[in-house]
Design a protein. Structure first.
Length: 194
């Protein structure tokens, strides 16, 4: 019985204490002019921004769409010691997102990315990866047959890694960036006779 009581105190007590703290009300109005504004919702309530995009490129089928939900998480400032004094150092928010796209000629793409900060070591990092199955038509006017369509399929996997670190207390950063790209190209038509 004592074990159950002890377990409940350890697990449930922090939740009850946290539940008693008043929650900050999220405002959907700008603090300066009172107009509709989602920035407080996005930054303080861990909201997200859905970014829609209409694709009208004729080489990709003429019509399609993409959506990129972006999640932003506010980070508290870091207490740092510079020249023997404690200084509040602001930390950039973490940004996480995805991407999904589809067009009329069956082109599709999926991807994800993250940008964040390793606070203790002061390293800012970015990671992104995607897979694309791109169907693209190229057109050329040939003397014997006139305008001819050349359909291609590109399958690509891009991966990007980046890490930078601040040099001392300056405004200079140093780091590395790596990009991996694997692409396969396939021609899906017939070659015209000249």
């Amino acid at each position: 019985m004592k074990t159950i009581y002890f377990f409940c105190c350890i697990v449930l007590l922090p939740e009850l204490v946290q539940a008693q703290q008043p929650k900050k009300k999220v405002s959907l109005k700008d603090s300066l002019d009172g107009t509709f504004d989602l920035s407080d919702f996005i930054i303080n309530a861990n909201g997200f921004i859905p970014i829609p995009y209409i694709i009208t490129e004729p080489a990709l089928g003429g019509f399609g769409g993409a959506i990129a939900p972006i999640f932003i998480k506010k980070r508290p400032p870091y207490i740092d010691s510079i020249n023997g004094k404690e200084v509040l150092t602001p930390v950039a928010p973490d940004i996480t997102g995805g991407l999904a796209a589809y067009t009329a000629n069956k082109t599709w793409m999926l991807g994800a990315f993250r940008r964040g900060t390793l606070v203790k070591s002061g390293i800012k990092y970015s990671i992104g990866a995607a897979y694309t199955n791109l169907n693209m038509d190229f057109y050329r006017t040939l003397p014997s047959v006139g305008e001819k369509k050349f359909p291609f399929n590109f399958k690509s996997i891009p991966i990007v890694l980046q890490a930078i670190k601040r040099i001392g207390i300056s405004h200079w950063y140093g780091g590395f960036k790596y990009m991996f790209l694997k692409s396969d190209l396939e021609y899906n038509g017939t070659l015209p006779l000249l």
